[in-house]
Structure formats: C-alpha cells, structure tokens
Write a protein that binds this ligand. Structure first.
Ligand SMILES: [Zn+2]
Length: 125
C-alpha cells in the first residue's frame, strides 16, 4: 500500500487521543492519491463510526475523478492492530485498513482475506 507522506503529516497534525480520527483514501490499485477526512460520529477515543451518507458522497466524488476507495484509515489510542469490532467492519469493507497509533502515528495496514487477517506492507512516499 503506497501512502503519500502528506497524508501522514496531516494525520499527525489533526489526530489526537480525544477521539479516534478517520479518513478514506482513494487511488488506483495499491496507491492512495487523495483522501477525505471523516467526522467520527461516535465521538469516542476507542471507537469510530462514519456517517454512511458522507462515506458514499466521498466515494462518488472520487469515482468522478476515476479513483476508487483503496483504504480506510483510523487511529487507535494504542497498538495499531484491528480490534474485534474493526474485524467485523473489515468483513463488510474489504479494502486495506490502515491503523495509526495516535501517540506515535506508527501506521500498520491490514486486509481481511476470506476471514484471515493479513498485514500489508506500507510505503510512505
Ligand atoms: Zn480500530
């Protein structure tokens, strides 16, 4: 998964431990080119929930530019590994899931393939 350095810098600037922060990343293949920050409707430091209407609007905007949803990003208050709740949502949204440790902004990427969790390499450039 290729992630622009500018995205990581924005995440460092805007994500904080008060609530999980989330974004959708759009691109082609395994390369993210654009992203849309999403409001966390759960307003929780340990959970995130996205407004489906905003998600679909962001996807439609990206599709008009010829881009598809390639990854879903959110932060954790700790280790950037999927929670049981994340795994349930990953089954419904089978793209790469990038999780950031909000304290260090260490990023790790994951994909659920036929029920098996696999880590995906991240290249920041
Ligand atoms: Zn999570």
């Amino acid at each position: 998964m290729r992630v622009p350095r500018a995205f990581v810098e924005e995440a460092r600037g805007r994500c904080n431990p008060d609530e999980e922060c989330a974004a959708l990343l759009f691109g082609v293949g395994d390369a993210a080119r654009r992203w849309a920050w999403m409001e966390n409707a759960a307003r929780s430091p340990v959970e995130f929930r996205l407004d489906p209407e905003r998600v679909y609007r962001a996807i439609a905007d990206a599709e008009r530019l010829g881009l598809e949803l390639v990854a879903i990003f959110h932060t954790h208050p700790g280790a950037p590994v999927p929670s049981p709740l994340d795994l349930r949502h990953m089954a419904m949204w089978p793209v790469v899931w990038i999780i950031g440790d909000v304290r260090t902004m260490e990023l790790r990427a994951w994909r659920l393939e036929r029920g098996v969790l696999r880590e995906v390499d991240i290249y920041i450039s």
